[in-house]
Design a protein around this ligand. Structure first.
Ligand SMILES: Nc1nc2c(ncn2[C@@H]2O[C@H](COP(=O)(O)OP(=O)(O)OP(=O)(O)O)[C@@H](O)[C@H]2O)c(=O)[nH]1
Ligand SMILES: [Mg+2]
Length: 459
């Protein structure tokens, strides 16, 4: 366990001009340092957890700012230590000077995420909750916010603890076999233990597999607009964004670079990407753009495949359909305002199996239908149909669950081979430790360093 005996300081709000900026102190000397910088103007007796107006002075005695201060004593503060906050005027110069005064009074500048790290080390929150705080601050969609809040409220920790408890129950059962192996007691047969392991394997696997779902929510969904040149990909991009983001011209091959922007659909943050139209060309710049668009479509979460409904299908359209094979996709029959040559069935005949929306990017007809179809597609991708609320969204959790699965499978194999219980319990213990690393009950300095370095200063 790390030994904490110093007091840290950092701005808790971002260093940009604002109405108010908060400077936070945490540690054994938080209150002493506060009183070296700040004096109340009117109050004689200060009570905890109440805001008081006062003056901040430089070490020289010069007046720096009028500010509110509050003291939150250990252990019931965010960090579990004495915490003091100064609510100053939000000028970046003021904040820097207040920090400098706090440093002169004996505080140390906090490292990124150090307040949250202290909260973890003092048992105020577990690791998944610390990570949820970072996710909460970075949340950029309704679903991302809901997922971070659920994790902050302990949904994931509780699930992981329940799984771990079941593992420990199995171990206790196996240990009883070791301890009483000479006595005539009726223990659960190996078959029964294997059955319990199977149930647990299914549970852990489900949580492991929720990673894609959780990541989709946390990082946003990447939707690539793909099609041959001139079908109206950039027009569709602009229509969805509601701004003239991409250049539109009647000249095929207008877009070359990958253009990105974000919108909100069905509670998800969607990163829309428009690129070069797919076709065979000798033109160097365009060829690079097409390669980029192809590769990008290959890794997108969803493909929006655009076709010109007023023109016959060509070889390039076939390539677009084949790019969608086995991938979440939506077909868009654009230019529906012109005399129509294509219907959804024309795409089906090429082997396109996903939903098809008819639309006019110029007039905007069909936009609502497309948004609805996209929202439904995203909900399916997210697995809302399954009704499972908990999802992991960090690689760290996924790796730990994969490790738990490995060890548990190895325990099962050992039991099937009638290995002694001593051998089996080693794997069961390994699986339990892998789960414990998620909540941080078993963890190393390195892991903590990696997690908290992602945080910004002052968090
Ligand atoms: N009539 C009609 N014209 C459209 C529609 N959508 C796009 N266009 C026109 O089609 C031409 C090409 O549109 P873009 O949006 O640049 O097409 P693109 O697929 O991005 O083309 P590239 O960037 O060259 O691959 C422009 O002249 C648009 O005005 C539509 O719904 N109806
Ligand atoms: Mg374009």
């Amino acid at each position: 366990m790390e030994l904490i005996n110093d007091t840290i300081v950092a701005p808790a709000t971002s260093l940009a001009p604002a109405a108010v900026a908060i400077v936070r102190l945490s540690g054994p000397d938080a209150f002493t340092i506060l009183h070296k910088l700040w004096r109340p103007l009117y109050a004689r007796k200060l009570r905890y957890r109440q805001l008081y107006l006062g003056e901040i002075r430089e070490p020289s005695g010069a007046l720096l700012d009028r500010a509110l201060a509050v003291m939150m004593p250990a252990p019931k503060s965010f960090t579990g230590e004495d915490v003091a906050e100064l609510h100053c005027h939000g000028g970046t110069f003021i904040v820097r000077r207040v920090i400098a005064a706090a440093l002169a009074a004996g505080a140390r500048m906090a490292n990124p995420g150090e307040f949250t790290r202290r909260a973890f080390l003092n048992g105020r929150i577990d690791l998944t909750e610390a990570e949820a705080i970072a996710d909460l601050v970075n949340a950029s969609s309704e679903n991302a916010l809901a997922q971070a809040l659920a994790q902050l409220n302990g949904l994931l920790s509780n699930k992981v603890r329940t799984l771990r408890k079941q593992l420990i129950d199995i171990r206790v059962q196996l240990e009883a076999q070791i301890d009483f192996s000479d006595e005539d007691i009726d223990f659960a047969s190996d078959a029964e233990v294997i059955q319990r392991i199977d149930l647990l394997l299914a549970d852990i696997e489900a949580l492991h597999d929720s990673f894609n779902r959780g990541k989709l929510v946390r990082s946003g969904v990447r939707v690539a607009i793909v099609g041959k040149p001139n079908v109206g990909k950039s027009s569709l991009m602009n229509l969805l964004l509601g701004t003239q983001r991409a250049i539109v011209t009647p000249i095929p091959g207008t877009t070359r670079d990958l253009i990105e922007d974000t919108i909100q659909i069905g509670g998800f943050q969607v990163v829309l990407q428009d690129g070069a139209g797919i076709r065979d060309t000798e033109e160097t710049v365009e060829r690079i753009g097409i390669e980029l668009a192809r590769r990008n479509a290959g890794t997108a979460d969803v493909i929006l495949a655009v076709f010109d409904a007023s023109a016959p299908l060509e070889q390039a359209d076939r390539e677009v359909v084949s790019l969608c094979a086995g991938r979440p996709a939506i077909g868009v029959l654009n230019k529906a305002d012109l005399p129509r040559l294509l219907t959804p069935d024309s795409l089906r005949a090429l082997g396109f199996t996903d939903a098809v929306v008819e639309l006019s990017a110029v007039r905007g007809d069909g936009l609502e239908q497309l948004r609805t179809t996209l929202a439904e597609g995203l909900a399916r991708l997210h697995g809302e149909v399954s009704g499972e609320k908990i999802a992991i969204s960090r690689e760290r959790h996924r790796v730990a669950l994969a490790r738990a699965l490995d060890r548990l499978k190895s325990a099962k194999r050992a039991l099937q081979k009638r290995m002694p219980p001593e051998i089996v319990t080693v794997d069961i213990t390994g699986a339990a430790e892998a789960l414990a690393s998620i909540t941080g009950e078993v963890t190393s300095e390195d892991v903590l360093d990696a997690i908290f370095s992602e945080f910004c200063i002052g968090k």
